[in-house]
Design a protein around this ligand. Structure first.
Ligand SMILES: *Cc1c(COP(=O)(O)O)cnc(C)c1O
Length: 406
């Protein structure tokens, strides 16, 4: 008897890959890191005459990649967000608009300054609700916009709303390094763009952050804030010394520097970022196509003007009872597919909804709550093959179908 005679239902397929395993650091990055280890000058300002530190070179490279005038490398993505807020003048008691659907470091950065997050709703497309933003525009002078899970809103309309209301925009691009809206790199619409190089983002140095801006005073403040000990002349992607003269006596040092070891790991990864983005998107499309036309499951649409990075995928189980959502997660987990439910009432392992952040009081947002309850999320590490992605989609399809019918 040929194998094909065995009915598929008797042997449910399972997936055995790891949802948290990234690719190794490229050999070029390992070699550069080893050379930093061998000379021992890990601190970015520890250089010999004629030497430019890896951290400084990283800033120069990233500024060029983003078409930005200024760039600063820092210790983490969360640090970049807090630093950007300080650099644009946010202080204790100030209100800062931000997404109701994002990850904890975003409202955390606002709270770290003693400022208060004001949450703006989320749409079915998982982007900030621009009508809600427009309605709340008078409530704050700054918007910290999180491109959560890589979904880009209509950035042209967002900037029109914010410019009209004189709102300064800081972009959290932790999930959009390498993405673009209408050809403009993500992070280049607002006053400041912030990126993360933490292991689960698009380039990997374990921890790390980058900040870009075209505003000379914001750049100078950010560099001083990061702990430059007045060595700002060692920053190739910095404004002229006169700009520092204007701000250096009233900008505190809130140390959060990048070091040469991590910068060395990162520079070769920036060179291959565009190719990696293509590989992510190929995997994303396989899962997305595999999840189409499943009753009860809503695929999140991507705006054709957005060039995204499919490093994770979300789908909605709109208006499903919690019990059934849990059943889908459990049944997928039993077949090796790790899904996260961003809508879970109690946060575990991550928090991504506004009402989990009780230090930042908020009013209930019923329309947003309906979306949040529906969001199921899955990482797509590049260690998965496209065949893996097709298998994962078949498993989700089958289990969503089974629970939906029950
Ligand atoms: C990871 C992340 C950050 C912050 O990055 P860290 O480098 O971990 O501090 C900010 N925003 C979002 C949406 C993130 O996922």
């Amino acid at each position: 008897m040929p194998d094909t005679a065995i009915p598929e239902t008797t042997t449910p397929e399972t997936f055995t890959g790891s949802f948290t395993q990234q690719e190794p650091i490229p050999e070029e990055g390992i070699a550069a890191a080893l050379s930093v280890l061998r000379h021992g000058r890990l601190h970015r300002y520890n250089t010999v005459p004629g030497e430019t530190a890896e951290a400084a070179l990283l800033e120069r490279d990233f500024a060029a990649l983003m078409g930005a005038k200024y760039c600063l490398a820092v210790a983490s993505g969360g640090y970049a967000l807090g630093c950007a807020l300080r650099a644009v003048g946010v202080g204790p008691g100030d209100r800062v608009l931000t997404n109701a659907f994002t990850l904890a470091p975003v409202p955390g950065a606002i709270a770290s300054l003693g400022a208060r997050p004001v949450f703006v709703g989320v749409t079915e497309g998982l982007v900030i609700d621009l009508d809600d933003l427009e309605a709340r525009a008078s409530e704050a002078r700054v918007l910290m916009l999180s491109h959560m899970r890589g979904h880009l809103c209509d950035m042209d309309r967002l900037m029109a709303i914010c410019n009209a209301a004189r709102i300064t925009v800081i972009e959290d691009c932790a999930h959009t390094m390498g993405a673009a809206w209408n050809g403009v790199p993500s992070g280049r619409h607002g006053r400041v763009g912030c990126y993360s190089m933490q292991t689960y983002k698009h380039v990997n140095s374990g921890e790390g952050g980058l900040l870009v801006t075209d505003d000379e005073e914001v750049a100078a403040r950010a560099i001083l804030l990061s702990g430059s000990y007045m060595l700002y002349d060692r920053h190739p992607a910095a404004p002229a010394p006169e700009v520092f003269e204007r701000v250096k006596y009233d900008t505190p040092n809130v140390s959060g520097r990048m070091d040469n070891l991590r910068a060395a790991l990162l520079r070769p990864q920036l060179r291959t970022l565009a190719a990696q983005v293509d590989r992510w998107n190929a995997r994303y499309r396989v899962v997305e196509d595999g999840l189409r036309n499943v009753p009860g499951l809503t695929v999140v649409p991507r705006d054709p003007r957005a060039a995204c990075v499919g490093s994770s995928i979300q789908f909605l189980l709109l208006d499903w009872p919690a019990k059934k959502v849990r059943a889908v997660l459990d049944r997928c987990a039993a077949r090796g597919v790790e899904l996260k439910w961003f809508g879970a009432a109690r946060p575990s392992g991550f928090t991504s909804r506004y009402d989990s952040w009780r230090y930042a009081p908020s009013q209930p947002m019923p329309q947003t709550d309906r979306i949040l309850r529906a969001i199921v999320d899955m990482r797509l590490p590049l260690t998965f093959s496209e065949d893996d992605c097709a298998l994962i989609a078949r498993i989700i399809r089958a289990e969503v179908g089974a629970v939906h019918q029950s």
